[in-house]
Design a protein around this ligand. Structure first.
Ligand code: C2E
Ligand code: MG
Ligand code: MG
Ligand code: MG
Length: 287
């Protein structure tokens, strides 16, 4: 009895696994075609300062699959990394973002905006990464001072010197670096001393419960203090409510990104005017 139940369970597990494997293989082969079929879209989410001014945006990749609809980057970026597709996809993102910067440079309402582009560790480790960026900047005419690269702690776990040399090369062109998802990785804090970073990005998992969970509150306070003492900018991601924004402001975090201001949207839907309504209570409490 028990034995046959076990066998059935195993068979069920087998079928489920098989389905998952087939699904995945299908998604992989679709992903291979996605660039060619022009299925990628670049969405933008505004980043706002303590005066409610939109100072920049983060570029967030979307895959508009002909059958599945929008596929989340959380799903396809890891797949792209495993299949050596992250470099061509990443190059498309950089190219698209830099073209956008060049367009924005033509109008006074948008010329000051920066774009933050996520760069995966695999992409950063490609030998041609620096040259590729310089080439994209050159042929799009984008101002490197408006380009920010978001990297994660996992990049710093190995190959410290190569990574630093590349960052320095890009930084000497005016590009800046933000450390995304700060505090969620496994690396030591020693790299903060060695690497040329400009900004720390407080991960949304800490921001979310900052008002209710004393541990998250302690972490966010500490990250802000760390950024201040290292003279790094600090930005909070996942800012969803006025109360969160207010708390962050009162604790010294002066830049915000989150649904409170805008979801990631196609470029045509981006609002670059001052986010006055959201900032009213903050302005009221400003010294
Ligand atoms: P990330 O870089 O940490 O991006 C922030 C994520 O938080 C985005 O998810 C964004 O839509 C979401 N978000 C923003 N504000 C809020 C908020 O107020 N509440 C909540 N709950 N979420 C918010 P998204 O767009 O699904 O991207 C997920 C991740 O995929 C990104 O995390 C990034 O690691 C990766 N990714 C996205 N685009 C690219 C890309 O072009 N290249 C690479 N290598 N990775 C990318
Ligand atoms: Mg990011
Ligand atoms: Mg993040
Ligand atoms: Mg994240």
């Amino acid at each position: 009895q028990a034995k046959s139940a076990g066998r059935n369970a195993l068979r069920f597990f087998d079928t489920a696994m098989q389905t998952a494997v087939v699904e995945r293989a299908r998604l992989e082969s679709d992903l291979r075609q996605a660039l060619e079929n022009q299925e990628f879209r670049l969405y933008y989410q505004s980043q706002v300062n303590a005066q409610g001014v939109v100072v920049g945006v983060e570029a967030l990749l979307r895959w508009e699959h002909p059958v599945r609809g929008m596929v989340s980057p959380a799903e396809f970026i890891p797949l792209a990394e495993e299949n050596n597709l992250i470099s061509p996809i990443g190059a498309w993102v950089l190219e698209t973002a830099c073209r956008q910067l060049a367009l924005w440079a033509r109008s006074s309402a948008t010329e000051g905006l920066s774009i933050a582009v996520n760069v995966s560790p695999h992409q950063f480790r490609q030998a041609c990464f620096v040259d590729e960026i310089l080439d994209i900047l050159a042929h799009t005419g984008a101002n490197p001072r408006r380009l920010k690269l978001e990297v994660t702690e996992s990049l710093f776990m190995a190959e410290g010197d190569t990574v630093r040399a590349r960052m320095e090369a890009l930084r000497s062109e005016g590009i800046c670096f933000s450390l995304d998802d700060f505090g969620t990785g496994y690396s030591s804090l020693a790299y903060l001393k060695r690497l040329p970073l400009d900004q720390l990005k407080i991960d949304q998992s800490f921001v979310r419960d900052v008002l209710d969970d004393p541990i998250d509150e302690a972490i966010v306070r500490t990250v802000i203090a760390l950024a201040q003492s290292l003279e790094l900018e600090v930005i909070a991601e996942g800012v969803e409510t006025q109360a969160h924004c207010q708390w962050l402001y009162e604790h010294g975090c002066m830049a915000y990104q989150g649904y409170l201001f805008s979801r990631p949207v196609p470029v045509g839907a981006l609002v670059v005017e001052r986010q006055a309504a959201c900032m009213r209570s903050i302005a009221a409490s400003a010294p």
